[in-house]
Design a binder for this molecule. Sequence first.
Ligand SMILES: *Cc1c(COP(=O)(O)O)cnc(C)c1O
Length: 482
Amino acid sequence: MSRLIFEKSSPGRTGAYKCKSEGKSEDALSFIPEELRTSNPPDLPEVSELDVIRHYTRLANKNMGVTSNFYPLGSCTMKYNPCVNEEIASMDSFVNIHPYQPQSTVQGALELMWLLEKYLNEITAMDGFTLQPAAGAHGEFTAMLIAKKWFKDKNENRNVILVPDSSHGTNPASAAMGGFQVTQIASNENGLVDLNDLDEKLNEKTACFMMTNPNTLGLFEKDILKIADKVHSKGGLLYYDGANLNATLGLVRPGDAGFDFVHVNVHKTFSTPHGGGGPGAGPVGARGLLAEYLPRPRVKYDGEKWSLDYDCPNSIGRVQAFYGNFSVLVKTLAYILSIGKDSITDVAKLSVLNANYLLAKLKNIFAIPYGDSCMHEFVASAEPQSKLGVKAMDICKRMLDYGYHAPTVYFPLIVKEALMIEPTETESKETLDDYAEIISKIQLEIEQEPEKLHNAPITTPLRRLDDVSAARHPNLRYEKRL
Ligand SMILES: *Cc1c(COP(=O)(O)O)cnc(C)c1O
C-alpha cells in the first residue's frame, strides 16, 4: 500500500510557490490579530504540489461512482447527474447568498423555490410542497408529523401506520419515530399488496397506509384505486413514498391515484448526486387541507415579489434550518427544466425499457420470484447459485472485480438472496449488454471455480470488509505511526 500523505511529509517541504520578496508571507497574515494566531501550528503534512495532486488523484481513482462505473443499485436510482446542473448550482449568485439576507435581495432564490414547488405539484398532482426535508427518510418523518397533527386536530385517536412487508426500511422506522405503531401488510403471490390482509388490518385506528408504487419489487400496484378507496372509507390517509418516481414521471401522478401526501427524493429521480452521506432533499407535498400542515415558512408570490410566509397556523413548524439544502434544489430545477415537458416521460419510458431489457437477459441465470416484467427495477434471486455454495453477496463482490458496482443486495427482505437491479434510463444498450455478458461469465465461474467467488473481490484497494464492525465501530481517526 502506498504511504499516507502524512507519512510523506518532510519538514520544510512546501506546495506553495514562495513569494519572491522578503517578508511577503508575513504580510499576508497581518490581517489576523496577533492574539488570535496560534503558537502551535497544526500538524499538517509538509509535501510538494506534485505529492498533493497525486494524493487526490489516487483517492479519486479509488472511488466507484456513476462517472466511473455502471452502478445498478436498485431503489437508489444512481442515474447520471448532468454536469450542467453542477455548473448552475455553483453560480456566484447562488453560492454567495446568505439565508439571513433581507428577502428583497434574494428574490431570485425565492422565485426558484417557488417555481420548483409548482413543478413538483404538477408532477405529483399535489397542492403544496415543502422543500425543507433533507432526505427521503426525513420527508417520511415530516409526513408522520403532519399525519399526527391532522388527526389530533380532528380529535381522532389513530396510532397505527400500515406498511407493506416489501416496504423500504425507512418507512416503518419513520413511523416509529413519529410515535406510531407499525403494522405490516402481507404481499400476495404476485408481489402486490394482499387486499384481504389489508381489509383485516385496516380500521379506525389506522392513521395512514404508507406505500410506494411501483413497489420495491419493481411492480406496479394495479389495485391502487381500490386501495385508496378502502383507506379513505376508514378515514385514513394514503401516503406515497415517492423516493423513486423514475418509472412513472409524467405518466402517472400519485395525487390522481388517490394519494393524499407524498415525498420525492430529488437526489434519485431528479438527478442530483447522492451517496456517501452527501446532501439530498426530500420535498413533501400534500393535497387539499392537508397542505396547510406543511412546514413553514412557505414561499409565496403576490404577483410582484416573493416572500417567506410564516403565517401558516396549521403548520407543523420547521423541520430544517433556513431553506433546506438549497444547492440540491437548484440542481433539481435545472434538471427538470433541461429535460423539459415534452421529454420528461422519456425518462420513465426508457428507465422501464432498460430494466425490462436487462431482466430479459438475466432471467435465465437468476430466479425471478415475482413478475415476468417490471417497472424501473427488478428483483432477482441468487437462490440457484446459493445451491452451488455461492451467495448473492459473493456475486456482488465479484462484480466489483469486473468494474461494476454491485446491485442492492438482500433487499427487499421477502426475497431470498435478493439482487435488486436498477439500470436507469441514462445507460446505453451496449452497457447493459456488457453487464449481462459479465454476469454470464460470473455464472460460469460459479459452476466451474466457485472459490473465485468466495475470494472476491481481488482487485479493490481493500478486500472483504467486516461490514458490521465498519458500521458499529468505525475508527476514523488517523494516528501517526512514528
Ligand atoms: C431511498 C429510499 C428511501 C429513503 O430515502 P433517503 O433519501 O435515503 O433517506 C425511502 N424509500 C424508498 C423506496 C427509497 O428507495
